[in-house]
Ligand binder design. Sequence first.
Ligand SMILES: Cc1cc2nc3c(=O)[nH]c(=O)nc-3n(C[C@H](O)[C@H](O)[C@H](O)COP(=O)(O)OP(=O)(O)OC[C@H]3O[C@@H](n4cnc5c(N)ncnc54)[C@H](O)[C@@H]3O)c2cc1C
Length: 260
Amino acid sequence: MSLRANNYYKAKSLEDAYNKLQENPKNAIIAGGLWMKKTGLSYETLIDLSELGLDKIEEKNGYIHVGAMVSLRDFESSPLIQSLNNGATAFGVREVLGPAFRNSATIGGSVFGRYPFSDVIASLLPLDVKLVFYPKQEMSLEEYLNFRGKMNGILEEIIIKKEEGKGYFKKVKTTALDFPMINFSIVKRNNKNYIAIGSRPLTAALAVKAMALADEGKFQEAADMAAEELQYLDSNNISKEYRQDLVRVYVRRGLEEVNK
Ligand SMILES: Cc1cc2nc3c(=O)[nH]c(=O)nc-3n(C[C@H](O)[C@H](O)[C@H](O)COP(=O)(O)OP(=O)(O)OC[C@H]3O[C@@H](n4cnc5c(N)ncnc54)[C@H](O)[C@@H]3O)c2cc1C
């Protein structure tokens, strides 16, 4: 597929980018452009955010601020991100294709797109993550995933609370560079267990009843609950039942790992 557009516009500020976006429903923000290229849609004007300084990762008062234009490669390589959950959050993002691809794909494009298969979203969901949009709007990652309809604003940054934690990430795939058949991201932080399961093939969600059982130390019961409380569907290469079997195994393993 190729990416087709009549114009390419380098925004001078977020306000400028937003105004340009509102001018025509066929205008769009472009980040790495990789998913946009894959979908093969055509656009009137592509709005480039690359000169707006959104490519930084900074720690401020116990929070990690990640600009929307930070590449997946810079994200996974950042010592700040690697310090989270014994490296599991960085590892989850490193599961996306190869380094050359991750040098172009961005955190902003990955989160804004809410792709059901996303290893990036699954990696972030068990953490305390806030999304900041322009014009001024903030919501948690979970709220954004549950938000129905199209978001009108521009994703400016994601803010991750820096907490001590232990993490586990598992992507089940048929070949090394494939999309996930299902992915698991489990984190213990603040003495609580968080279980995110994505690519079911639905967008990642937290298994909240399973999390409560895990907090009581009932790991197999939690894994069984996670297989029931979230929705799983059949897709090309994997059945709903096989997905649920994987949940019973990997959720228990992940919980054992983060509670060692
Ligand atoms: C062949 C292929 C295989 C992939 N495999 C995986 C995989 O196994 N696991 C995985 O997790 N991901 C996978 N991905 C997805 C990839 O990791 C990125 O999430 C995806 O490419 C989007 O990032 P991007 O920077 O390319 O965004 P773009 O393609 O530039 O943008 C994506 C969408 O987000 C919008 N957008 C981008 N940035 C902003 C912003 N700041 N504010 C508002 N809107 C914005 C764009 O308008 C567009 O609608 C794959 C992608 C491809 C093309």
